[in-house]
Design a protein around this ligand. Structure first.
Ligand code: OSB
Ligand code: MG
Length: 372
């Protein structure tokens, strides 16, 4: 594979409903889309999953744009690699910046799968025809709002409900949800809002039978999570702390978690995600696919990744209509009344990209060519 052109497009896409985590609220996404073209004119799409500000991770829209345009695209363009699986290694000398790298790397996987005429999930080594879908529900203004939101999603058939927690919106809220909805699959995501000083809170919530506590402690921590996990039965799931296959190996060795959330952007693309999935599977650690409020291209990549064998728990990949009035792919992602997404069977990401919709939402573009 040899890329000849990388096109960047920033779109601004308002969310139907704000999304609030322990670090703040998002009303409108600023999303970088990436189109890669090879020497034969094959094309592939990727989406940079960074946030609008550096609160979930250090990466955010403006520096990601520059990093792709000035650093990563020139490293990849014109270079010959055997396959998409080797694109990661072209960017090896750059530290961090995994969401930026993933935007390029995932586009190369789409391009390659399309040029071979196979669905991306199969090309990655996955074989599921459908994936189980869960929802992530942000912090709401009132408990009533939260219960109402959960009711809608439970009635829609979603297989698992995740709610965001933070100090002041935790034990009592989770207890009310449990009381109202009985034995649904329920979990809490803290986005690193707590410390080891809160250990009594996590112990007191044990009786609420959460499937897992997602990233309770610091975004860059593994060791304190191991200390917490040693004192509670509820599984800890790491999100923010696992960037690489080595991070996953260390977290598993130290018993810092019993479950891992894999996000394509956070880990740097499909090759890294596959590797983390393999390591977790060997250690019998279940993984699931997280979400970053992606538009359709990112959502489609998440669906493909979720077909890999280690993805045994329902993920955060849910219907486009929960987020957008109109998605940038056709059709939008839909979820059946029994909570599954049918994996598309067309080549590559398996959805058509709506160029007209993207044009309407575009605020800037850049084209990076290989000049030799
Ligand atoms: O921690 O999983 C997270 C959204 C933005 C940043 C971090 C997270 C999330 C979600 C939303 O939980 C998942 C989704 O619906 O895309
Ligand atoms: Mg999370």
């Amino acid at each position: 594979m040899r890329l000849t052109k990388i096109e960047l497009t920033e779109i601004n896409l308002p969310l139907i409903h704000f999304f609030e985590t322990s670090f703040g609220r998002t009303y409108e996404r600023r999303i970088i889309l990436l189109k890669a073209t090879d020497e034969y004119g094959n094309e592939g799409w990727g989406e940079c999953t960074c946030g609008e500000d550096p609160t979930y991770s250090a990466e955010w829209t403006d520096p990601c744009w520059l990093t792709i345009e000035k650093i990563l695209a020139p490293m990849v363009l014109g270079r010959d690699v055997e396959s998409a699986a080797d694109v990661w290694s072209l960017m090896d000398s750059v530290k961090g910046n995994r969401m930026s790298k993933a935007a390029i790397e995932t586009a190369c996987w789409d391009l390659e799968a399309k040029s071979l005429g196979v669905p991306l999930g199969n090309h990655l080594g996955g074989n599921r025809a459908e994936i189980e879908s869960g929802v992530s529900i942000g912090i709401q203004d009132t408990l009533e709002d939260l219960l109402e939101k959960i009711r809608v999603e439970v009635d829609a058939g979603y297989r698992r409900i995740k709610i965001k927690i933070k100090p002041g919106w935790d034990g009592e809220v989770v207890a009310k949800v449990r009381e109202e909805f009985g034995d649904i699959l329920l979990m809490g995501d803290a986005n690193s809002a707590y410390s080891l000083n809160d250990i009594e809170l996590f112990k007191s919530m044990e009786e609420l039978d959460l499937m897992m506590y997602e990233q309770p402690l610091a975004h860059d921590d593994i060791i304190d999570h191991a200390k917490l996990q040693a004192q509670i039965k509820t599984p800890i799931c790491l999100d923010e702390s696992v960037h690489s296959p080595d991070d996953a190996r260390k977290a598993i060795e130290l018993k810092a978690c019993k479950i891992i959330n894999i996000k394509l952007g956070r880990v740097g693309g499909h090759q890294q995600a596959r590797e983390i999935q393999r390591i977790a599977r060997e250690a019998e650690i279940p993984v699931w696919c997280g979400g970053m409020l992606e538009a359709g291209i990112g959502r489609a990549h998440n669906i493909a990744m979720s077909t890999l064998p280690g993805f045994v728990l329902p993920g955060d990949v849910s219907a486009s209509a929960r987020y957008w009035h109109e998605d940038i792919i056709d059709p939008g992602v839909t979820v059946s009344s029994d909570g599954v997404i049918t994996v598309p069977t067309k080549p590559g990401i398996g959805f058509d990209v709506k160029q007209g919709r993207i044009d309407d939402l575009t605020v800037r573009r850049a084209e990076i060519l290989h000049d030799n």
